[in-house]
Write a protein that binds this ligand. Structure first.
Ligand SMILES: [Zn+2]
Length: 428
């Protein structure tokens, strides 16, 4: 049994959205009250209140304030656990001789949402296709909200717990599913072996074949973002117009990151579906923070304005791609090989003779002074990591493996995070 998370967008009508809003405020009130009790106990008596004590007051609270009843006791308990966790880390830091601040009280509008930690008190009904209904509570007071979203695990996946969150004015439910191992498996349609180099000019370059271009829409949105930010800078802080532009900027950021995540998901899915072996570099801070300046021949424009956002978007793109590749490779039976960048130096090493040639970023084409091998730089890197994958595999000896010599002391440093299994035939 595996756990998988899916997020569905909720479509409450105005009345139901108001109810969700009201529930969030009640959860926030409970959170702040529990926090206050703990802060007072600590300040006045220097002692901590246990989670157990606070959970025991819940029936009393529900008797005094009947509006809490429909929220469900497990959800209320879950909210009470939040200050508990905060205080545990607070006391841990006090013990360690640090001077931590108290956990801050939260205003209702900053309270992100609430959670149901087990399958009790709610029900998620999938209607086939993309439609679903989330029902919270039971009887006349139950709250039914339409949801949209689809997961690929079918009927065998059982929803285990949910978290409702508010983001950018919309509501989302994040569902943890318990999925049988068999339902997690992905089909693989080909047995390709590919080396892969993530970059900025192209999102991914392979040892052979066309690269995956870096999507243009991120760069296309940047002027709009900069314009909004300039407009906001002219408004008085705290004014309605400042706030309105702030919402616009947040929405644009959300849109960019949604499209980026969608793109990375689709690209990584396609990769593991095609490949029996995927080789790439280990993720290092250096590769994550590569300059946005471009190259000497094709310098980037608006480098300074871009740098901040680029760092965020691009690093998120690579940072997202690696974990996605890892779990999808496992599901598809693809061997994902991560080369040790420091030792292998894929961008400097010649894929033909295995010699290291230091060079600058400006060299788009790579000409090896030792053997005269000419190759595009990123393509060369991709080929080097692919060869590394063959050199370090448990059962050496096929195809390319025989070509260059393995690195000294290199064995065991690069590693494969998943194992290779034969391709599955697509079910018709
Ligand atoms: Zn060479």
């Amino acid at each position: 049994m595996q756990r998988r998370n899916v997020t569905l967008k909720l479509y409450p009508n105005a009345a139901r959205a108001a109810r969700l809003e009201a529930w969030t405020r009640l959860h926030c009130e409970l959170y702040n009250a529990a926090l206050e009790e703990r802060v007072v106990a600590w300040r006045k008596a220097g002692k901590s209140i246990s989670d157990f004590d606070q959970q025991n007051i819940l029936p009393q609270i529900k008797a005094d304030r009947p509006e809490f009843v429909e929220l469900g006791s497990h959800a209320l308990q879950q909210t009470l656990r939040r200050p508990d966790r905060a205080f545990q880390s607070f006391f841990r830091r006090v013990k360690a001789g640090q001077t931590p601040g108290f956990r801050r009280f939260k205003a209702g509008k900053w309270f992100s949402g609430f959670a149901y930690p087990d399958p009790a008190g709610w029900k998620l009904m999938q209607h086939g296709g993309r439609g679903a209904t989330l029902r919270i509570g039971s009887g006349d007071t139950a709250l039914s909200v339409r949801a949209r979203g689809l997961h690929r695990f079918g009927d065998q996946a059982k929803p285990n717990d949910i978290t409702l969150t508010r983001k950018g004015g919309g509501w989302f439910v994040s569902v943890t599913l318990r999925v049988p191992d068999a339902a997690c498996a992905r089909e693989r349609t080909a047995d390709m072996r590919r080396g892969l180099d993530f970059g900025i000019n192209d999102w991914a370059t392979f040892d052979e074949g066309p690269p995956i271009a870096n999507p243009r829409w991120v760069r296309e949105e940047l002027p709009r973002l900069a314009a909004l930010q300039r407009q906001r800078a002219r408004k008085r802080k705290g004014s309605v117009r400042h706030k309105r532009l702030g919402h616009g900027i947040a929405r644009l950021h959300d849109g960019i990151s949604n499209r980026r995540r969608d793109f990375v998901h689709k690209a990584t899915t396609r990769l593991v579906q095609q490949c029996a072996v995927l080789a790439t570099e280990q993720l290092t801070p250096k590769t994550m923070s590569r300059s946005a300046k471009g190259t000497a021949e094709t310098p980037g424009r608006r480098v300074r304005q871009k740098a901040g956002l680029n760092r965020e978007i691009l690093s998120a793109g690579f940072g997202m791609a690696h974990p996605m590749l890892a779990y999808k490779a496992e599901e598809a039976g693809t061997r994902l090989h991560l080369s040790n960048t420091r030792q292998l130096k894929p961008s400097q090493r010649c894929a033909a003779c295995w010699e290291i040639v230091p060079k600058t970023l400006a060299d788009r084409m790579r000409v090896c002074p030792h053997c005269g091998h000419v190759m595009q730089r990123d393509q060369n890197s991709a080929l080097v990591v692919l060869i590394d994958a063959f050199n370090t595999q448990d059962t050496p000896g096929t195809g390319v493996a025989a070509r260059p010599k393995p690195l000294p002391r290199q064995r065991g440093k690069s590693r494969s995070v998943t194992r290779e299994t034969p391709a599955t035939t697509p079910c018709v």
